[in-house]
Design a protein around this ligand. Structure first.
Ligand code: CTP
Length: 405
């Protein structure tokens, strides 16, 4: 279940052209099962009507310290919140929060809460780059405030530059991260996803049925749990927010990208890496006219998970996947031993609703001591979280890994 379900989130909206995006943030939070208590600054009301947010949030918009029956709405909101979010946050809000000024309900709530605070600035490029604004951001970050950096794109008045409010899905992913136990915080995690494509000629490839969904769900879960995540992928899916994406195509390219990051704390090889590739593919298209049917000669690719497993430092956790159609557990155990892995995730890709292309999966996690844990059929994100629970357990039990937070 998402870390957002059942959580009370105060959503502060300040006066910027991006205020309309707060409505989408509210809707996504409510859809994920959170309770959203909205606060609008006086300026925000000039950009969006409160009626819209009233209708889409979980309770009515509040704007002032004086419109509740309670004489102290800011302490009520601040104390009961699991998280306080400001999206968009203006330069003024940043300055007020840094100085702990409490001129209105939102700023008073921000300093009356002990819950995690997520600030999503949005402003013109010149303002964002102003030394004072950057100084305020640095101080807030230092105090443990989660800052969701603005993105490049179109700004108010037709300008283009850096300062645009982060996308609502990015904001929501960061709220989930702020609310999580952060049990992967401080870890660098490399995840691979998708089936590799091996060239027959410049037009044709040999590939497999992997769609990368489980790898993407793993990257999303790792970010939500506080990790610094790199996703090395062969597929063109919408990238999970907050995750570094490295695009590759062939097994050789994936190998190069992974082996350049062997300093990672955890590597999860969820990709379906080709075992064979055509030898010396021509640099021109093989034509059918006038020619015989071509014979494609294959050679083995290099199994770099073997290198990772046998070359790993004692502080590293290396996780393999085993997509099988028969003798699932025995095959997975054999691979774990041969490749010297810490754990392997086995799935029977021939079972219903399981494996390639499905949104659901069912796996058995096999550990180096021979024990195993079955994870029943569920959404790939739930499977991803079960895999990280296992990774956290393995690292806690390993005397050589540094204590996790
Ligand atoms: N793998 C890899 N490099 C390869 C082939 C596989 O790193 N050239 C990794 C996969 O990403 C996966 C694990 O090894 O995590 C197991 O892959 P799989 O294809 O299931 O097993 P193989 O060892 O190739 O054995 P087999 O083909 O006999 O099932």
């Amino acid at each position: 279940m998402s870390a957002l379900a059942g959580k009370r989130i105060v959503l502060g909206v300040t006066g910027g052209i991006a205020a309309y995006k707060a409505i989408e943030v509210s809707r996504r939070l409510v859809d994920a099962g959170a309770h959203v208590a909205p606060i609008m600054s006086e300026g925000a009301e000039k950009f969006v009507g409160r009626v819209t947010l009233d209708a889409l949030a979980s309770e009515k918009v509040q704007t002032s310290l004086w419109d509740e029956t309670s004489p102290i709405p800011h302490t009520r909101l601040g104390q009961t919140a699991d998280c306080v979010v400001v999206a968009p946050a203006t330069a003024r809000l940043l300055a007020d929060f840094r100085m702990a000024r409490s001129d209105d309900l939102l700023t008073a709530t921000l300093i009356a809460t002990r819950a995690p605070v997520v600030i999503c600035p949005a402003m013109h490029t010149e303002m964002w780059e102003n030394a004072g604004v950057q100084d305020n951001i640095a101080v807030l970050r230092e105090r443990g405030i989660h800052i969701v950096d603005p993105e490049p794109g179109r700004l108010a008045g037709g300008d283009v530059g850096f300062g645009r409010l982060a996308a609502p899905r990015t904001i929501v992913a960061n709220i989930e991260r702020a609310l999580s136990d952060a049990d992967l915080a401080g870890l660098r995690i490399v995840i691979t996803a998708g089936g590799t494509r091996e060239a027959i000629d410049p037009v044709r490839v040999i590939s497999n049925r992997s769609t990368g969904k489980q790898g993407y769900a793993l990257a999303e879960a790792a970010f939500a749990r506080g990790a610094d995540v790199t996703l090395i992928t062969t597929v063109d899916r919408e990238p999970p927010p907050g995750v570094e994406i490295v695009d590759v195509e062939s097994a050789a390219e994936m190998q190069e990208a992974v082996m350049a990051r062997t300093d990672a704390d955890v590597v999860i090889m969820a990709a379906a890496v080709a075992d064979f590739r055509p030898i010396d593919p021509p640099d021109h298209k093989i034509k059918k006219t006038g020619g015989a049917v071509p014979e494609i000669h294959l050679e083995k690719t290099h199994d770099f998970l073997v290198d990772l497993g046998h070359g790993k430092a004692t502080s590293q956790t290396i996780v393999g996947f085993a997509a099988e159609t028969e003798n699932v557990l025995d095959n997975a155990r054999g691979k774990l031993e041969r490749k010297n892995l810490d754990l392997i995730v086995a799935n029977d890709v021939s079972a219903p609703d399981t494996g390639f292309a499905h949104d659901t999966n069912a796996v058995t996690i096999v550990f180096a001591d021979g024990s195993s844990e079955a994870v029943p059929l569920g959404p790939k994100r739930v499977i991803a979280d079960a895999i990280f629970d296992a990774v956290v357990r393995v690292r806690k039990n390993s005397p050589s890994t540094p204590e996790l937070t």
